[in-house]
Design a protein around this ligand. Structure first.
Ligand code: PEP
Ligand code: MG
Length: 582
């Protein structure tokens, strides 16, 4: 959740309807200019009132009606999943599973036995699940929108009303809603829905995931989004996270045109990455498993900058054997052998938002600040030793150059002990910069490791003391925060001084505008979701190294994320306006 911001001096904060520019969390870059279409996701109130007056209370018939409604809702999701692909299909299939969930059904039965009618039973069971999901936080909390969507559809079925949904006109619109469920967003036509704006939701919500897949410019967590008047034109900037009401039409059209040019350049970009004057920057892939490692090779990447090993073991009750791990890592490394590219393997980042049964410490009061990442090795040295043995075996077997880095390093001594074990196996050793202490003393840590990789997701969380998954803290968990940018600059400068590579592998690396600043600070590689690589590469190809330095200086001088973004854009706009060489 972020602040509504007035750009027009005539506006006042109290006069919310007149606020010209609203801000949220930027999720999918791109500029859209079209009238608002406010989406109501409510069931016909008259039908709900009629159901409330006559909902069955007897357990058997009530449960039979529930089963029929749940099956119909689940079938609807399955049918929609069949019409779309990728993440959208996965999200809808997951919703179908949740609609059929036995826990939901037994919750409803319990409520009926306690004397509730069917409608009350459904509502309070869903409320209980919502509270549970919210309490668990993180990714579970992001699924609340899915649960509410299931509830609305169940109620519609029970009331004999049509299931709620988005009805689109034939002309381009910007969809505005409190939140959008997967069933609303999956299968949207990007030619009609040119922008998405929601009042709730964070960067990992389903709206965000699906908008990313469809390439629809999207801003979430926009306070007061529902006050945007239906039918009025707005300008959505999915990179800046802004929604401007009634923009100047000529200016808006010009911004849409420049954005279209950038998108075309992005589609045509084939790598390898360099600034316009030829300074090379390695663009690398973030991968999770053999399938994503293989898939990344179809994008113009120069290797893997972050292999999140823990994601393969989230559902493992016991530690996999060294042989099992070596097989898995070899599958990830293999596609990069013939390409002569390296893979950065991150050792288990278990704990906090990624609990792993065989590693995580149970019952910590504050797991984000607890025994997670490399800290686990102090309590269980064999866990790290086994993993390093497995990586060494996989590197040997495939011939791929493997670099190994540790997550959640906090001190030089921790980094030194880790590096010693990695070097003993003939591999390059690195530390992630996620804890501000390591950024501040990066020059000392660089004395003992071969490279650093800045995890801006956690570095931002720990610098700003704000949970990275809390959507109402999105204004703080923004890597454009000056304090975060200064820590990145300190780390990059230490790398330049030491002559050792310093990369960025958090989400910040995927932001084309921020990438210019990072390169200007001296960052040598950017690792990101493979789908983001072309946009970053195309952006870097437009700017010179000197312009990147100017962007870095401008963002470091800015007082807040909004000013930093504006300053970066102003430098680039001035550079584009100036006669260009090279
Ligand atoms: C980070 O913290 O920026 C990072 C890359 O690690 P993860 O997102 O897996 O915590
Ligand atoms: Mg991290």
């Amino acid at each position: 959740m972020v602040t509504a911001d007035s750009v027009d001096p005539a506006d006042t904060a109290a006069d919310t309807a007149s606020v010209r520019t609203r801000r949220g969390t930027p999720v999918v870059p791109g500029v859209a200019h079209a009238p608002v279409l406010r989406v109501a996701t409510e069931v016909d109130p008259a039908a709900v009132a009629a159901l409330r007056a006559s909902a069955p209370t007897e357990e058997e018939p009530a449960l039979a009606a529930y089963d029929a409604a749940a099956a119909a809702v689940a079938d609807g999701y399955v049918a929609r999943a069949a019409r779309v692909e990728g993440a959208a299909a996965q999200v809808l299939t997951a919703s179908a599973g949740l609609a059929r969930d036995r826990g939901l059904r037994s919750g409803v039965r319990k409520q009926l036995r306690g004397g509730a009618d069917l409608l009350g039973a459904v509502e309070s069971t869903v409320d209980t699940f919502v509270a549970l999901f919210e309490q668990q936080g993180g990714l579970m909390a992001e699924r609340v929108a899915d649960l509410r969507d299931i509830e609305r559809r169940l109620v519609a079925r029970l009331a004999g009303a049509p299931e709620p949904g988005v009805v689109l006109p034939g002309t381009p619109v910007v969809l505005v809603a409190a939140d959008l469920a997967p069933s609303d967003t999956a299968g949207l036509d990007p030619a009609v829905v040119v922008g998405l704006v929601t009042e709730r939701g964070g960067a990992t919500s389903h709206t965000a995931i699906i908008a990313r897949q469809l390439g629809i410019p999207c801003v979430v967590g926009v306070v007061g989004a529902l006050e945007l008047p239906d039918g009025e034109p707005v300008l959505v900037d999915g990179a800046a996270g802004t929604v401007e009401l009634a923009p100047d039409a000529d200016e808006a059209r010009a911004r849409v045109r420049v954005d279209a040019e950038l998108r075309a350049a992005t589609a045509a970009w084939t790598g390898p990455a360099a600034t316009r004057d030829g300074v090379r920057v390695k663009l690398l892939a973030n991968v999770a498993d053999p399938a994503s490692a293989q898939a990344a090779t179809s994008e113009p990447v120069e290797g893997v900058g972050l292999f999140r090993t823990e994601l393969s073991f989230l559902d493992r009750p016991t530690e996999p054997t060294v042989a099992e791990q070596a097989d898995l890592y070899a599958e990830v490394l293999a596609p990069y052998a013939d390409r002569g590219q390296h893979v950065v393997v991150r050792t288990l980042d278990a704990g906090s938002d990624k609990p792993i049964a065989f590693a995580t410490h149970e019952g910590e009061e504050n797991p984000a600040l607890g025994v997670r990442g490399l800290r686990l090795a102090a309590h269980n040295p064999a866990l790290l030793a086994h993993q390093l043995d497995a990586v060494a075996q996989a590197a040997e077997r495939t011939g791929t150059e493997a670099w190994v880095m540790a997550p959640m390093v906090a001190t030089r001594d921790e980094a030194a002990a880790f590096a010693e074990q990695v070097h003993a196996r003939g591999l390059k050793a690195g530390a992630m910069v996620e804890v501000p202490a390591v950024a501040v003393l990066a020059h000392r840590v660089l004395e003992v490791v071969d490279f650093l990789s800045i995890g801006t997701n956690d570095l931002t969380q720990y610098t700003m003391a704000a949970d990275r998954l809390a959507s109402d803290l999105a204004h703080l968990t923004d890597p454009w925060q000056p304090a975060v940018l200064h820590l990145v600059a300190i780390t990059a400068a230490a790398g330049q001084q030491a002559g050792k590579p310093v990369g960025v592998c958090g989400e910040a690396a995927a932001d084309p505008l921020l990438a210019c600043a990072l390169v200007g600070m001296g960052i040598t590689s950017l690792s990101m979701a493979p789908s983001a690589v072309r946009a970053v590469g195309a952006m870097l190809a437009r700017v010179t190294a000197d312009e990147c330095h100017q962007v870095a200086e401008a963002v470091l001088a800015a007082s807040d994320p909004t000013a930093a973004r504006a300053a970066a854009r102003a430098v680039l706009a001035a550079a584009e306006g100036a006669p260009q060489e090279g």
